[in-house]
Design a binder for this molecule. Structure first.
Ligand code: HEC
Ligand code: HEC
Ligand code: HEC
Ligand code: HEC
Ligand code: HEC
Length: 190
């Protein structure tokens, strides 16, 4: 920020020492606050959707279609919890403790497991903190298909960097209207 000279003979002109410095500080605060007000939303938009990276190039298609594993095998809490949960080393280790298949990436899984790597996968779909959502209601009770909200993730051959679909408020509300569920603001914002 560029320092503005005080106007000659203006209100701040006679001030010296500590009180002069203090008045200058307040002037900065006066300019700084509105600027900050502009910057924060801009920054928030910019950092909102960073690309998500994963420790392993996981292949959903291979595990769901070829190996016929259930979603719930890895996403344990999808019918019972708010969050479905992501698998970790212990799950993968059930099979990959010993080498599986021919691919280099599968060999890397076994190598990482042997080294004691926790294989921490990172969340991809994420709602703002002000939204209340639970899988137990939508999957456990309403028996909705995963694709309705997650698109084709089950047939991906490597982890997507960004959600395949954006889950918007309009999408939640339109289904709530169709199915006769509450559309009160406080149902989803608590
Ligand atoms: C009605 C929409 C909807 C359906 C149906 C749905 N999900 Fe989700 N899922 C979401 C939303 C929204 C999030 C993000 C939640 C958050 O950030 O709080 C999410 C997040 C996830 C996550 C990340 C971990 C977590 O729970 O936050 C996994 C894994 C997941 N879902 C798996 C599944 C699977 C498997 C199914 C089907 C058995 C499924 N979901 C069905 C909406 C849905
Ligand atoms: C029920 C056993 C089983 C579990 C559990 C399992 N896998 Fe696999 N996985 C396999 C088999 C078998 C193959 C080899 C399939 C082939 O090459 O046709 C494989 C292949 C792979 C590959 C190579 C895919 C490719 O593109 O060739 C990766 C990467 C992988 N698994 C990662 C994981 C991770 C990460 C986990 C834990 C989240 C996991 N697997 C859990 C059995 C399993
Ligand atoms: C063998 C374990 C395994 C199985 C089975 C599995 N997943 Fe996953 N899932 C993962 C892993 C590992 C990730 C994180 C890496 C990635 O995105 O590929 C993940 C990520 C996801 C996400 C994104 C979660 C987030 O962080 O927002 C969704 C949604 C999802 N899986 C849905 C499904 C559905 C639907 C099925 C069943 C058709 C399924 N998964 C079966 C291991 C599995
Ligand atoms: C495809 C349809 C569908 C979509 C999309 C959907 N919902 Fe729902 N939602 C339902 C149904 C059906 C129920 C009632 C489940 C039951 O019987 O408990 C429900 C129930 C709820 C409840 C509990 C309501 C209560 O009265 O306590 C909340 C909260 C909720 N949904 C939030 C969300 C949010 C947030 C989203 C978007 C991220 C969303 N829903 C997307 C169909 C949907
Ligand atoms: C069925 C669930 C649901 C209902 C009902 C609902 N919202 Fe939302 N709302 C959401 C979701 C999901 C988001 C998006 C959050 C995100 O982007 O992560 C959202 C976002 C918002 C935002 C943030 C701005 C934005 O676009 O991200 C505001 C403000 C908001 N809602 C206000 C309201 C008001 C006011 C009502 C009542 C008239 C309402 N919501 C009803 C689910 C709901």
């Amino acid at each position: 920020m560029i320092e503005q000279p005080l106007p000659p003979g203006g209100p701040g002109a006679r001030m010296t020492g500590v009180s002069g410095a203090r008045s200058r500080v307040w002037r900065y605060v006066g300019v700084g606050l509105p600027l900050l007000g502009l910057l924060v939303p801009v920054l928030l938009v910019a950092v909102r959707r960073p690309a998500v990276s994963q420790p392993i190039e996981f292949n959903h298609l291979k595990h769901t279609k070829d190996l016929q594993l259930d979603c719930q095998f890895c996403h344990e809490y999808v019918t019972s919890g708010a969050h479905s949960g992501l698998p970790a080393a212990d799950k993968c280790g059930i099979c990959h403790q010993v080498p599986q298949g021919e691919s280099a990436e599968a060999a890397r899984v076994t190598e990482l497991l042997t080294r004691g790597d926790p294989l921490q996968f990172n969340k991809l779909f994420r709602l703002a903190d002000h939204v209340f959502y639970t899988h137990s209601r939508h999957v456990g009770i309403a028996k909705l298909e995963c694709e309705r909200c997650h698109g084709g993730i089950a047939t991906t051959e490597r982890p997507p960097k960004r959600p395949l679909v954006t889950i918007t408020m309009d999408y939640c509300i339109s289904c709530h209207r169709e199915t006769g569920q509450s559309v009160d603001c406080v149902t989803c914002h608590r």
